[in-house]
Design a binder for this molecule. Sequence first.
Ligand code: ADP
Ligand code: TPW
Ligand code: MG
Length: 562
Amino acid sequence: MDMDGPAMTDGFHLVVDALKLNGIDTIYGVAGIPITDLARLAQAEGLRYLGFRHEQSAGNAAAITGYLTQKPGICLTVSAPGFLNGMVALANATTNCFPMILISGSSDRSIVDLEQGDYEELDQMNAAKPFAKAAFRVNKPEDIGVGVARAIHAAVSGRPGGVYLDLTAVTLSATLDLDTASKSLVKVADPAPAQIPAPESIKLALDLLASAQRPLIILGKGAAYAQADADIRSFVEKTGIPYLPMSMAKGLLPDDHPQSAAAARSLVLGKADVVMLIGARLNWLLAHGKRPSWSGTTKFVQVDISPTEIDSNRPIVAPVVGDIKSAVAALLASLKPGLIQPSAAWLDAIAANKHKNTERMAVRLDADPNPMNFSSALSAVREALKDRPDVYVVNEGANTLDFGRNIIDMFEPRKRLDSGTWGIMGIGMGYAIGAAVVSGKPVIAIEGDSAFGFSGMEIETICRYRLPIVILVFNNGGIYHGDPVGTAPSPTGFVHDARYDTLIGAFGGVGYHVTDKSSLSKAVTDALRAGKPALINVVIDPTAGTESGHIQNLNPKMALAK
Ligand code: ADP
Ligand code: TPW
Ligand code: MG
């Protein structure tokens, strides 16, 4: 370097500077050409860098970080295959409305664009576009500041989503004089501006709710994301309207809240006359709002930040388009005492139905079969978690997910993290790591044995960073259930009597093998108390699960006999 010339910086430093300037403190990734030095520099400059074993898990950790913090989670990948491994996580984040940025290094564009066969050649930006909320490529170091700023805006403003940011290898190593460089950085002023709903929409919504005999509020993960917990609770309580939490909105109000209609789900969906959706889409998880699950005459209020979500499945009589924090504050401000009055008959019918269903469930929870089934094992977990509302619960699988959602009560907002809108397998370890890293709190991951396998190697990551994560593998020997002993492996079966608990010892974690309820409760309690990585092999009856859990009806029927 010319000693008399201006002081210089380079693309690597500018990326780290741009992230730091915007308050980003954590990166999840997998190292390699051309981003190894970027990861090293980030760590040296005080960012928290977590190295994973697979980019999909790093991306899932970034996505859940975005969901929990309202700041984009960052995943860093190498070119082509690393990038593509991260893409499932990016697409999943977009589908679930979680803000994240997948930053990937990329190979020499002049070679890539002529398909001349570069190392890890792929036109990554165009590959990312259909799966991302937005995609940007930076080709010059002086554009890094703008690239990072645009990515942050795109990830967190409006409906949050996954954003792709492509950094070419040339840009990373290019130099720039310090003066130009510092002027090129952008500190984003208001990444997720409030979107205040129109006052008329608030009035229309309240009028419609006031006209209802059998109103219902459905809280979705958008409501949990918005961090308007106190106002949402106040609106629910002041109106007296029964509410149904979608799975990741469990705990937004405590699951034992008297107005929860979760235990009367079929009744309230089928009979409500006015339904207010707050941060929940009328997608497959709500049977598209259609019959036979729903009444054909239900009228809808929908509070959502995305104007194009409105009318997507059922006509929405009262759309309230805005961010949930602003919208619920406006609803509360205009709410007159006594304006909204669910009928006594409605509340009585729900209470009776809840009582009946809760008693039925209690019988299943109290049972003590040997081997354990899903209900009995989850009742033991529920017992151990009763006094631990601080614990994050990650949950995936088919039966393990469906039973887990119903049996494990949540008492604090944003503590339940699960397969979400896609019903995706493989989020388990990434979500668990992301939650543990951003919160410093303990995490329990309740995993089907199949579900666990998709991200299982990250137990090394968990042990390396000594995270307080307790993994429960609900081991029924396969996808949905196990194979009969003595038969050749079926498409859904795994090794019989597998000992998942022995895996974690390889990395210094603690393994438990449990076959009954009281040992399971004790193992969960002990492992959480120890605050160290642990894996509990939970032996479940291989015949206990049903095909596809609770969504068997979504399997296409074979027209001809097998
Ligand atoms: P669930 O699966 O829990 O039913 P969905 O993911 O289907 O929830 O719906 C979440 C909805 O919340 C999306 O339509 C999204 O646009 C909306 N949303 C996300 N964040 C906000 C926010 N801050 N304000 C308003 N709506 C939001
Ligand atoms: C990325 C399809 C849905 S549920 C499931 C699979 C493979 C596993 C169910 O078995 P598990 O649970 O986890 O052992 P249990 O308790 O019923 O035995 N690939 C992806 N996502 C999905 N959803 C699938 C495949 C699937
Ligand atoms: Mg299984």
